[in-house]
Structure formats: structure tokens, C-alpha cells
Ligand binder design. Structure first.
Ligand SMILES: Cc1cc2nc3c(=O)[nH]c(=O)nc-3n(C[C@H](O)[C@H](O)[C@H](O)COP(=O)(O)OP(=O)(O)OC[C@H]3O[C@@H](n4cnc5c(N)ncnc54)[C@H](O)[C@@H]3O)c2cc1C
Ligand code: SF4
Length: 328
């Protein structure tokens, strides 16, 4: 049985207390929400923080509020089940409900939070292993080593972003409110993720995400999220496709976004897909062209389940299916 390393748990009862505790313990501390990602990684000794600052007692960060004028506000401690079951989200942002409902298992969705989901650690077959496994093979750049075992000549880690909600939030133009010692900032999710498997998020030590804002959808907006995984009841995505399309009352596409995840260190916004769709009536040839653009933009590497050619081909298939669902 894998055991957690020793640490002390400091529950925070307000955002201000969380920030003060994180500042007090500096790089020895990490925030934890439900711990469904972090505790598993700690058991593998991928993280060994001396102090965990618990965010769960901050009750005011568990809320979902939709307003026709302002759009959607989600507190960072809302669970994935809260999001998947929320009536306003299911009606106005169905792809977000689908993505939250496709994370892992019911037990993990009942605990796991949206704040933790958007910060879920990047993944790789050479990294998500226990300490003995990694020691026997030789460590890698993301933890304790100095080379990348997937791409030995790469100067950076290419571990994959495996968050289900991240591509959907980007497709909807959502942003994160980040609270920290130097105040509050708002970062669009399109700028939140970096193409670096180690420094993968635009968030600094001592900062936490407190809420997520999703703009009001334009009239005629439809969306879908489709996910490929090895075991449908359980696994992280090996391909995730979020699609959002807005049409006018004649069915003409006015806006479109296709975002692919789990094929790189950050979600990939497929500009070519938007170009292929905008100005069309979402006819089959436009969907084909958009799916082809997603295929071309996806550059999976050999660091997660299934082969590179299969995952790349499935990006085309899943993009086509997501758009087909929207068009029909
Ligand atoms: C078996 C298994 C299967 C899984 N499958 C999936 C899957 O299919 N799809 C998927 O997306 N995820 C999956 N996960 C990962 C995880 O369960 C979810 O992503 C969950 O939403 C994480 O939320 P949490 O509250 O538990 O985060 P935590 O584990 O508490 O935190 C995760 C990371 O985010 C940081 N963090 C937490 N909250 C905040 C905050 N408010 N601000 C800043 N940083 C914060 C933590 O420091 C940590 O680094 C899986 C996990 C397991 C164990
Ligand atoms: S991509 Fe390379 S550096 Fe990153 S976790 Fe995998 S082997 Fe390690």
C-alpha cells in the first residue's frame, strides 16, 4: 500500500487566511482542495509539501450563479458533480456539464473541485509512477532528473494537460479570478496554460483560483465535449475535444471554437477549425474541413496510453463527432 508522506494540514476558513498561510510557509506549502489529484501524486512522492493549506473549509467558494446579463460565476470549490447537475449549466453551457460529468468516477466527481480540475497536474507515463519504478528506470526532468525520457533532446517537459474542463472553459472564453499576496488578477483560460509540462499554469506560488467567470453565451450558441479514454468509467482523457458554435436565426455560423486537449502540455485552440466553420451553415463539408484542421493541429507524443497515430487520428474523429452533434 502506498502511504502519504508526512505533512501538516492547515485548514483555511477564508481566502485571506489561505493566502496568509501560503505566504507564511512559502515554497514548503501547497493549496489542496479535495486532494483527488494531489494526494495520489503525493503517495507517489511526486510532491512532498511540508504543509498543505486546506481550501475546503472556505464555504463561500462553493457556489454556482447564472445571470442572463453577467453570465456564469462558479466558486472554485464547487464540485464536478455540482457543475454536471446544475440546470443553468446544462441548459446554457452543456459542454461544461458534459466535461465535468466525464471526469473519472462518481466518487471523485462528488469530491473533486473545479479549482483543482483546472490545475490538475500534467501527466506522462514516465512520471505518474511510484518512487521505486522511477528510481529503477532513472528519474526524468519533471521530478528529480535532468532529461526528458519521451523526447531526450527536448529542453522542456512535454507532459500532457489532462483536464477535462480546461478545453471547454477556453472554448467559452472563460477566465479565472486569482487571489494572491499582491491582490487579485483575472486571467483568461486561453492564456492560463503554458506549453511546458512543468511550469504549466500562469499561477504563482502563494496564489489560488477563487472563482471562474464564463461569459453569457451569444444567442444561438451550442456546444459539445467528447472524450476518448481507455476505460470509459474511469480514465483521464487521451483525447478531449470541446466545440462551441453560435449560429444566427438563419442557421449561419457566426462564431466557432474548437479546442483539443490531452495531446500537448496545454489545450490547443484550432484556429483553422473556426475558419472552416464561420460563414457556413455547418454543412458536412465544413465539418470535415474543421475536423481535418483539428487533426493537423494535434501533435501527440509517446507519453500516455495508446499509440501516437491512433490518438492523432481520433482527434479528427472526435472533432467531427462533436461538431456533428452540434449541427444536428
Ligand atoms: C483515478 C483518477 C482518475 C481521474 N480522472 C480524471 C479525468 O478523467 N479527468 C480529469 O480532468 N481529472 C481526473 N482526475 C484528477 C482529479 O480527480 C480531478 O481533476 C479533480 O477535479 C481535481 O480536483 P481536486 O479538488 O481534488 O484537486 P486537488 O487534488 O486538491 O488539487 C489539484 C492541484 O490543484 C491545486 N489546487 C487545488 N485547488 C486549487 C485552487 N483553488 N487554486 C489553485 N490551485 C489549486 C493543488 O495544489 C494541486 O496541485 C483523476 C484522478 C484520479 C485519482
Ligand atoms: S514528458 Fe519528459 S520530462 Fe515530462 S514527465 Fe514525461 S519524461 Fe518527464
Amino acid at each position: 500500500m502506498m502511504r502519504l508522506p508526512p505533512f501538516s494540514y492547515r485548514p483555511a476558513r477564508s481566502v485571506a487566511e489561505a493566502i496568509a498561510l501560503l505566504a507564511e510557509h512559502g515554497l514548503d506549502a501547497m493549496p489542496v482542495s479535495a486532494g483527488t489529484d494531489l494526494y495520489a501524486n503525493m503517495k507517489q512522492r511526486l510532491f512532498t509539501p511540508k504543509v498543505l493549506v486546506g481550501l475546503r473549509p472556505i464555504r463561500e467558494l462553493r457556489f454556482i450563479d447564472f445571470d442572463e446579463g453577467r453570465g456564469l460565476e462558479i466558486g472554485a470549490l464547487s464540485t464536478l458533480t455540482d457543475i454536471a447537475r446544475n440546470d443553468a449549466i446544462r441548459a446554457k453551457y452543456p459542454a461544461l456539464a458534459e466535461a465535468a460529468g466525464a471526469v473519472s468516477t462518481p466518487q471523485l466527481r462528488n469530491m473533486g473541485t473545479i479549482g483543482g480540475n483546472v490545475c490538475v497536474d500534467t501527466r506522462c507515463n514516465y512520471y505518474n509512477q511510484n518512487l521505486d519504478w522511477r528510481k529503477a528506470l532513472g528519474y526524468c526532468m519533471k521530478k528529480d532528473g535532468d532529461i526528458c525520457r519521451v523526447a531526450p533532446s527536448s529542453p522542456k517537459c512535454v507532459a500532457v494537460n489532462s483536464s477535462d474542463t480546461a478545453p471547454v472553459l477556453i472554448a467559452f472564453g472563460a477566465s479565472a479570478r486569482i487571489d494572491g499576496p499582491s491582490g487579485v488578477t483575472t486571467v483568461p483560460f486561453a492564456d492560463f496554460y503554458r506549453d511546458d509540462g512543468i511550469r504549466a499554469w500562469a499561477i504563482r506560488p502563494g496564489e489560488i483560483i477563487t472563482r471562474i467567470h464564463v461569459p453569457k453565451p451569444a444567442p444561438g450558441t451550442r456546444s459539445a465535449y467528447l472524450k476518448l479514454r481507455l476505460r470509459n468509467s474511469f480514465d483521464f482523457p487521451i483525447v478531449g475535444v470541446a466545440a462551441m458554435v453560435a449560429t444566427d436565426d438563419r442557421g449561419l455560423c457566426r462564431d466557432a471554437r474548437v479546442v483539443v486537449n490531452a495531446v500537448g502540455s496545454r489545450p490547443v485552440v484550432v484556429d483553422g477549425a473556426a475558419k472552416a466553420l464561420i460563414g457556413t451553415h455547418l454543412e458536412a463539408s465544413a465539418l470535415d474541413e474543421a475536423a481535418e484542421a483539428a487533426f493537423a493541429a494535434a501533435k501527440p507524443l509517446d507519453n500516455t496510453s495508446a499509440t501516437i497515430p491512433y490518438r492523432k487520428r481520433m482527434v479528427r474523429v472526435y472533432a467531427r463527432r462533436a461538431l456533428e452533434r452540434i449541427a444536428s
